[in-house]
Design a protein around this ligand. Structure first.
Ligand SMILES: Cc1cc2nc3c(=O)[nH]c(=O)nc-3n(C[C@H](O)[C@H](O)[C@H](O)COP(=O)(O)O)c2cc1C
Length: 404
């Protein structure tokens, strides 16, 4: 394991489940690796294990109440001082509260206020873990940027075999180390990300658009912010929530995106252009709604500005990554775009049958230089955002690009 834990500040939430005793061994392992651990217990956790165990192991106070020294606003201070928050074991109850945004004790309130990576390691009876409510709550946490360390199959407290046992200590320590390594990778960098569709109106009620939802850009923005970057997200029309801790600028048309992107990208360290920009817009826009006449309607289209090409012309020392949504000859077309638009790298995805759009899974290949190629695989967009930023980070560090 890397040395990432040494000197790190860990917020450790302990909930009221049988596996609470394992949190003591985990705390000891963290302390032995040089981490500074602040333990926050739920009231029910104190029925299973005493605060004294944790305060002895960490040589620090253990927190349980919002109301001890409230003048120090403990729920905000604790997560601001920490590099990463871990809940282990996480009960079905706390998982449900986090998914619903309930903040009725110190642990849940602090996690709601956290702008640091949040890792949840559930542990419970297998039927509780299998229940659709718990599954839906965990899925919700996944889409909101929580990292889940799934429980394992094994001997449960009920003296039965099942899936629900707290993940092995090594897996939890690995997840923490990875989160800490990622967290510092974009520290102090300025990152601009574009995402979502454009809308090109031809009357006040109709527009030309596409199936993009901005989910990829939202996942990338959230992950870049967790890695310590100052992030601006230029986001087209979407019903998805924008991530916390990110400066969000909304656009609707390609022209609006162009103005916002050129203004914000100047001097940025990294620009990732994933917006699905319409190549055309209606040449005429009616001020009033067009009414049907029984005849065909011809709508003439004019070319839109090529926002990515303009960013490429002016990129200076910015690392510029484009996206290519293709239906055929994917990599050939993407490599041509990479060179012609002066990009440093391009992420290719297949959009046949609207694949790649929406909040489901996507498949990405990253291309750079004359031959650079890395398959990022097929995964949920949050997981792909992690892989893409890892790959981009390595390219930025090594100075590799199409233009170098
Ligand atoms: C003996 C016993 C063991 C329990 N073990 C678990 C468990 O492993 N996981 C879980 O989610 N809930 C477990 N529960 C239920 C929780 O303690 C209960 O839902 C409680 O409200 C959780 O509080 P908290 O989430 O605020 O810590 C257990 C309850 C008892 C009585």
């Amino acid at each position: 394991m890397s040395d990432a834990l040494r000197g790190s500040r860990i917020f450790l939430g302990v909930c009221g489940g049988i596996a609470a005793y394992k949190a003591a061994a985990l705390t000891s392992a963290l302390v032995q690796r040089g981490a500074i651990v602040d333990v926050v217990m739920t009231a029910e956790a104190e029925r299973f294990i005493t605060p004294l165990t944790f305060s002895s192991l960490t040589a620090r106070p253990v927190y349980a109440s919002l109301w001890d020294a409230p003048e120090r606003i403990p729920h905000i201070r604790l997560v601001r001082e920490a590099d990463v928050a871990l809940v282990a074991p996480a009960t079905a109850n706390v998982i449900a509260k986090l998914a619903a945004g309930i903040a009725d004790d110190l642990l849940t309130t602090a996690l709601l206020a956290a702008r640091i990576p949040r890792i949840v390691a559930p542990a419970m009876n297998d039927a509780m873990y299998d229940d659709p409510a718990t599954r839906a709550n965990l899925a919700t946490l996944g889409t909101r940027g929580y990292e889940l360390v799934d429980p394992e199959r094994g001997f449960l407290a009920e003296r039965e075999l099942g899936v629900g046992r707290l993940a092995a200590e090594d897996r939890i320590l690995d997840a923490l180390a990875r989160a800490l390594e990622r967290r510092s990778s974009l520290h102090g960098k300025r990152v601009v990300i574009t995402g979502g569709p454009t809308r090109e109106p031809f009357d006040p009620a109709r527009f030309l658009s596409n199936a993009s939802t901005g989910a990829t850009a939202i996942a990338l923005a959230r992950e870049a912010a967790l890695r310590g970057a100052g992030v601006t997200l230029l986001l087209g029309p979407t019903l998805l929530d924008s991530p916390a801790g990110v400066d969000v600028v909304r656009f609707s048309t390609a022209a609006e995106l162009r103005d916002a992107a050129l203004a914000r990208a100047a001097g940025a360290d990294l620009v990732i252009a994933s917006a699905a920009v319409s190549d055309w817009r209606p040449a005429q826009r009616s001020d009033s709604k067009l009414h049907k006449s029984g005849k065909a309607l011809a709508v003439e289209l004019s070319p839109n500005p090529d926002v990515l090409a303009e960013l490429g012309e002016r990129k200076g020392s910015t690392f510029l990554v484009g996206f290519a949504a293709e239906t055929d000859r994917h990599e050939e077309r993407a490599r041509e775009k990479l060179a012609r638009k002066h990009l440093d790298a391009i992420a290719v995805n297949d959009v046949r049958d609207e694949r790649g759009f929406g909040t489901g899974e996507n498949s990405l290949v990253l291309l750079w230089g004359a031959q650079g190629r890395r398959e990022l695989g097929t995964a949920a967009k949050d997981a792909l955002a992690v892989r893409l930023l890892d790959a981009i980070g390595q390219l930025m560090e090594s100075g590799s690009s199409a233009c170098s």
